[in-house]
Design a protein around this ligand. Structure first.
Ligand SMILES: [Zn+2]
Ligand SMILES: [Zn+2]
Length: 368
């Protein structure tokens, strides 16, 4: 038997109650992005056993009264999750120690992700022992492929998303020429609630996989079309396969106009933040990072856009160390470039946050 397909997918609110109920209470763990893994007491290797599962809606979960008790990690567990920091160069070591700008993850409130999903967490050592991909000489590019139109008045800027991903991951990010699918391509259907067209994520995966460039860390299609993962489900923000290193994400639902609502002031900035956050969260999953249960972090799971909006853009010390391991970047240079990006977007709170982190880096010793 081949390995099970490993997939990650985004949240699917309003999924209908169906025969898939069993998935929710199975030993398999589901996350907001559909990263699914076996429970810790499973006999199977942890990362290789990531498989497809999708997140059910909050109301659906509430209806099935599936609650997962979440025990907040202790201070020692939180500190230990970062691993042995003496393996890191002295100059950057402080950046992996939590300070006041990394609050421990809060006790989940009613409706939050951790109220419904048992998350074992993933320490740095566990991550390093996994078979997650790392950037190297041969594979070092994140590819973005626009699927369909990205009208300037409605869509997040692809150039800005590219720049953010390149800065966040400190690797080359290339935008491939857009592909404009035929109206009948990728199993389109009309959503019964929104009456908008949706395309099937799995059909897109197959198409992408045949186009995965040789130097690709991953290939991510981005689209303003709405998506669905199979006919039993209402919609999905996105879905990716860990093994195949391809994924597709939709920004359609970040625009109030999608729901025929007034856009209101600041909608464009909010949509861009959401797109930036989801792009980095999902791409980090493709590098083998699991949801973070240690600190407030861009890798926290979220049950809704509201919960996701309250989470930070930055990675906590545990996840930052994993990203550094996967991408082999200089964390000081990364923070300096992120600050420039945030300033250019007028995201001054984030820029100030980075400035405080950079102040923790000791000045280089004077050369003799
Ligand atoms: Zn996720
Ligand atoms: Zn984290």
């Amino acid at each position: 038997m081949g390995e099970p397909r490993t997939k990650i997918s985004l949240e699917i609110p309003f999924a209908p109650a169906s025969s898939r109920n069993g998935d929710i209470i199975s030993p398999l763990l589901v996350d907001r992005c559909g990263v699914e893994r076996r429970a810790q007491n499973s006999q199977s290797p942890r990362v290789r056993n990531l498989r497809l599962l999708r997140l059910a809606a909050l109301w659906f979960l509430a209806a099935t009264t599936v609650f997962a008790a979440f025990e907040r990690p202790s201070d020692n567990e939180r500190t230990g999750a970062t691993g042995n920091l003496y393996e890191e160069p002295e100059l950057v070591r402080e950046l992996f120690r939590a300070d006041a700008d990394f609050p421990p993850i809060a006790t989940p409130r009613r409706g939050d992700w951790l109220m419904f999903h048992r998350e074992p967490g993933q320490t740095f050592d566990e991550y390093r022992a996994s078979a997650a991909i790392r950037a190297d000489e041969k594979r070092r590019v994140i590819y973005l492929l626009p699927l369909g139109e990205f009208p300037a008045d409605d869509a997040p800027s692809l150039a800005v998303l590219r720049e953010y991903a390149a800065t966040f991951f400190q690797t080359e990010v290339k935008i491939l020429p857009a592909y404009y699918p035929h109206d009948l391509e990728f199993d389109p259907r009309e959503n019964e609630f929104t009456h908008k067209r949706q395309r099937l994520t799995r059909a897109i995966h197959g198409w992408l996989h045949a186009r995965l460039p040789a130097d690709a860390l991953c290939l991510l299609a981005v689209t303003m079309d709405d998506l669905y993962p199979d006919k039993e489900w209402n919609y999905v923000f996105g879905e990716a396969t860990f093994e195949d290193r391809v994924g597709v994400y939709s920004f359609a639902r970040y625009d109030p106009a999608f729901f025929d609502e007034k856009r209101g002031p600041g909608w464009r900035d909010r949509a861009l933040r959401r797109a930036c956050k989801i792009l980095t969260h999902e791409t980090a999953h493709m590098f083998g990072l699991w949801h973070c249960v240690y600190f407030d972090c861009v890798l926290n799971g979220a049950n809704s856009l509201e919960e996701s909006d309250a989470q930070p853009l930055h990675a906590c010390p545990v996840c930052l160390r994993k990203l550094k391991y996967a991408l082999r970047f200089d964390p000081v240079r990364r923070y300096e470039q992120l600050r420039e990006f945030y300033r250019a977007q007028k995201w001054f709170e984030e820029a100030d946050w980075v400035t405080r982190q950079l102040k923790r880096v000791p000045p280089p010793a004077p050369s003799r």
